[in-house]
Design a protein around this ligand. Structure first.
Ligand SMILES: Nc1ncnc2c1ncn2[C@@H]1O[C@H](COP(=O)(O)OP(=O)(O)OP(=O)(O)O)[C@@H](O)[C@H]1O
Ligand SMILES: [Mg+2]
Length: 508
């Protein structure tokens, strides 16, 4: 139980007298807008932050949790969004790392392996103790993280946005594990912005807003709309309205037979061709890791192109430097918001002008114009509803969703000819997703060509005028306005061909 927890950063309270009671045997969802204080509260419970006030009562006793070590010794485990595994090590080595290293005894690998397999069987985790981490998919790595916490005897497991990067089958597997874990009398705190998931997996749900408690309810008494209203304090529109694409505009991007080498274990591009017109949104659907990241990198000069052609408004931009790609009018919302999207030690202002220092909103006569930058940043903060505790703190102090908003503000407002948006709404709350979708459609109205790469089918369905399904470095098929459906995308993703296409082939 968490009682009256307050956490102050400077003058603002990230948690303001928050309470939370988690029962044994339950999955408890923690919901709230970006910046509501969810991660902060969990970091306090896991001993990463020291609360400014309040108490934690665990199994009837007041405890002070001043380090993750202490949390683990009490039976509290946490799986972070960014995994902390060592890629070159084997699974079992990662799992025991830090537990048996007191130098006294040699580790008995046989016993360790047996214990890991017992845990894996008990909670239906998919674990091969001898597999090297670098060979595992993100979903399997997450299973190792969970096994690691359980190996240490965790009875309360905290998961902060665990499903953002999982494929649908990986997510189903995770939920199975969480269920059997809770059923054996343990507890789970589950943070997610995906309300369907919260409805599916949780027994109870606590909602925070502005660092304060809003409500704790039985999930069975809730629905998506009610949860959304508790979170953002207003009704949320889950669908978007858009006009159909006229199709008569000029071609902005033309990609022909693109071949790109991949990293050792990631698939590369094996010859993809497509075009995007002004005011058109082309969606790339598919399970992550099938070449989508390589495509975005290749188009923006971040990855070498081996073969093929990339033309922007007729001009060759293949293998030119990222800086020149930007100067020719391309904006990128990257997958990795921490290392590619932002500089973590920079302030919001510095990140808002990043790579666009020469724009009139940032400079005058070739010099940085600080007044303009401040004014511009103020506008962006207001428009994108970026919430922070300190205006001039490094962006590493922002919540996950608010960091993403900084990137979105910079790239969408750049008014480029081509905007490449990779998972643009990952980690955003329902209200922010609604807003960003509207902004992307606005860019489309203005004639920007958009490449939308997303693993969220709903997002693709809502926004795209045309869809390519990507599979193993190739396009498995193209869908146009009349046949973009969830079902058709799913079929192409599963390696099937479409009924209509088959008929067409038969006619020919
Ligand atoms: N180390 C820090 N220094 C200063 N402020 C911080 C720090 N960590 C978090 N904050 C602030 O505390 C507030 C709550 O952030 P928190 O990360 O808990 O939000 P969240 O609910 O997890 O949001 P999201 O859904 O975006 O992940 C934010 O305004 C954030 O900027
Ligand atoms: Mg968070």
């Amino acid at each position: 139980m968490i009682r009256n927890i307050t956490k102050q950063f400077g003058d603002s309270k990230a948690n303001d007298n928050v309470h939370l009671t988690v029962r044994s045997g339950e999955v408890h969802a923690l919901l709230g807008e970006n910046g509501a204080g969810k991660s902060t509260l969990m970091n306090i419970l896991y001993g990463l932050y020291k609360p400014t006030g309040g108490q934690i009562v665990y199994r009837g006793e007041e405890v002070v949790i001043d380090s993750p070590m202490k949390a683990l010794s009490l039976g509290i485990g946490m799986v972070h969004q960014h995994f902390m595994l060592i890629p070159a090590f084997k699974t079992w080595e990662n799992i025991i790392l830090g537990t048996e290293g007191d130098g006294k005894l040699k580790v008995d690998v046989r016993i360790v392996r047996e214990r890991i397999l017992t845990i894996a069987r008990q909670y239906s985790l998919q674990i091969d103790p001898d597999a090297r981490i670098s060979t595992l998919s993100v979903g399997l790595q997450q299973q190792v993280e969970i096994a690691k916490a359980l190996y240490r005897g965790a009875e309360l497991l905290i998961l902060d946005e665990p499903t953002g990067v999982l494929t649908p089958p990986e997510k189903a597997k995770l939920f199975e594990t969480l269920r059997s874990y809770a059923n054996s009398g343990h507890s789970v705190i589950f943070i997610s912005h995906k309300l369907d998931e919260v409805m599916e997996i949780s027994d109870r749900v606590t909602v925070l807003r502005g660092g304060k408690n809003v409500a704790t309810e039985n999930t069975a008494d809730m629905d998506k709309q009610k949860l959304a209203r508790l979170m953002v304090g207003r009704n949320v529109d889950f669908g978007v309205q858009k006009d159909s694409f006229a199709g008569e505009t000029s071609q902005v991007l033309s990609v022909h037979n693109l071949v790109v080498p991949g990293n050792r274990l990631v698939s590369s591009l094996k010859g993809v061709s497509f075009t995007i017109r002004a005011g058109e949104i082309v969606g790339i659907a598919g399970v992550d890791g099938n070449g989508q990241a390589e495509l975005a990198e290749a188009l923006t000069g971040l990855r070498h192109v081996e073969q093929g052609e990339v033309l922007l408004g007729g001009q060759n931009i293949k293998n030119i430097s990222p800086r020149r790609v930007i100067d020719t009018g391309v904006a990128l919302i990257p997958e990795d918001r921490k290392s590619v999207g932002t500089v973590k030690n920079y302030t919001i202002d510095q990140n808002i002008i990043l790579r666009r220092e020469k724009a009139p909103s940032a400079s005058r006569h070739g010099m940085l114009a600080y007044k303009r930058i401040t004014r511009r940043t103020d506008e962006m903060i207001k428009e994108y509803d970026i919430r922070y505790t300190g205006r001039y703190l490094p962006v590493s102090a922002l919540s996950g969703g608010n960091l993403q908003k900084v990137i979105l503000a910079r790239e969408i407002s750049a008014n480029c000819r081509l905007l490449i948006a990779m998972h643009p709404t990952r980690g955003l709350d329902v209200g922010a997703i609604e807003f960003v979708h509207a902004k992307l459609l606005q860019a489309r109205e203005k004639g920007t060509a958009l490449l939308l790469i997303s693993s969220e089918l709903e997002e693709i369905l809502a926004l795209a005028d045309r869809v390519f399904v990507m599979c193993d470095g190739r396009f498995a098929g193209e869908l146009t306005q009349r046949n973009i459906t969830m079902e058709n995308i799913g079929m192409l993703m599963g390696g099937e061909t479409l009924a209509a296409q088959k008929e067409g082939e038969a006619d020919a």
